[in-house]
Design a protein around this ligand. Structure first.
Ligand code: CP
Length: 305
């Protein structure tokens, strides 16, 4: 494959190859003082970010650098985008300067697909609108497999603002492809139209789902898109769908608590839960570097399927 545009594109073998490659990279770099491989020496990766990001942008930068690629960080703010330059012209300009891969985050769903039609190099979706965030799902799957030893049959509850969440969509496709059983937990107003055709269970009752979950993935409440038509108040949301210490105690003993970040502490997740030993939130960020190294390696430097 030349691009990574959506988790829905990945079959079981594709996804397993990425996870296994990330595990091999982790093994190869474990205990090394210099965490660098020469694989992508002479290649150029451009991070093209039209939306803000902390984790994804920095981990793609680190991943490319650890593979010895040259990295250009392009942020729409402060660029000629402010003069009206289009996504296509911006991408062609970057490619003319030698970009072998473009990692793109954009507020418009489908922007990475359009980009893939315009450029010769690889395109990696780093989050497009409410559509998909495939590398987030890959790092989440990697974290679950690492912590629980498997994905097949693992019961994952994805909780909260599913409506606006590209992380939820990518996780639904990837985790079910890898054999996990996914349940979405949200108020009806925060579930997308058409969720009935997704390969998941749906519940409005978090307390009923927690005792049967091996992993619970809390989603950020996208407060910038939220108003009283979605939910009466932040306090009411937190009371019904927030994960606090009392609720966490209802989880099975080995269950893990996940969040893609950034978190609203005190809203969808209590601070003591986010910082608890069950939380994999910091581990997810670290795994993001290995998984993004694997993606860049497979697209640009390694074997292709
Ligand atoms: N999880 C995630 O995509 O975080 P950023 O928006 O900080 O990249």
């Amino acid at each position: 494959k030349r691009h990574l545009l959506e988790a829905a594109d990945l079959d079981r073998a594709d996804a397993t190859l990425v996870l296994d490659t990330a595990a091999q990279i982790d093994q190869a770099l474990a205990g090394r003082e210099v965490k660098k491989l020469p694989t992508l020496r002479g290649r150029t990766v451009v991070n093209l970010f039209y939306e803000d990001s902390t984790r994804t942008r920095i981990s793609f930068e680190l991943a490319a650098k650890r593979l010895s690629a040259d990295v250009i960080n392009f942020s729409a703010k402060g660029s000629s985008v402010s003069k009206g330059e289009s996504l296509k012209d911006t991408a062609l300009t970057l490619e003319a300067m030698g970009a072998d891969a473009i990692v793109v985050r954009h507020s418009a769903s489908g922007a990475p697909h359009r980009l893939a039609n315009w450029v010769r190099g690889s395109v990696v979706n780093a989050g497009d609108g409410t559509h998909e965030h495939p590398t987030q799902a890959l790092l989440d799957a990697y974290t679950i497999r690492h912590r629980l030893g498997r994905l097949d049959g693992v019961r994952v509850a994805i909780v909260g603002d599913v409506l606006h969440s590209r992380v939820a969509r990518s996780n639904v496709w990837l985790l079910t492809t890898l054999g996990a059983e996914v349940t979405l937990v949200a108020p009806p107003t925060l579930l997308p139209v058409g969720v009935g055709s997704w390969p998941v269970g749906v519940s409005y009752d978090l307390d009923a789902v927690l005792p049967k979950a091996d992993a619970v993935m809390m989603l950020r409440v996208q407060a910038e898109r939220m108003n009283a038509s979605f939910f009466p108040s932040a306090r009411e949301y937190s009371r019904r769908y927030g994960l606090d210490a009392r609720r966490m105690a209802a989880l099975p003993d080995e269950a893990i608590v996940m969040h893609p970040g950034p978190m609203n502490r005190g809203m969808e997740i209590a601070a003591d839960v986010a910082d608890s030993v069950r939380s994999t939130i910091v581990e997810q960020v670290g795994n993001g570097v290995s998984v993004r190294m694997a993606v860049l390696y497979l697209l640009l430097g390694g074997s292709t399927r």
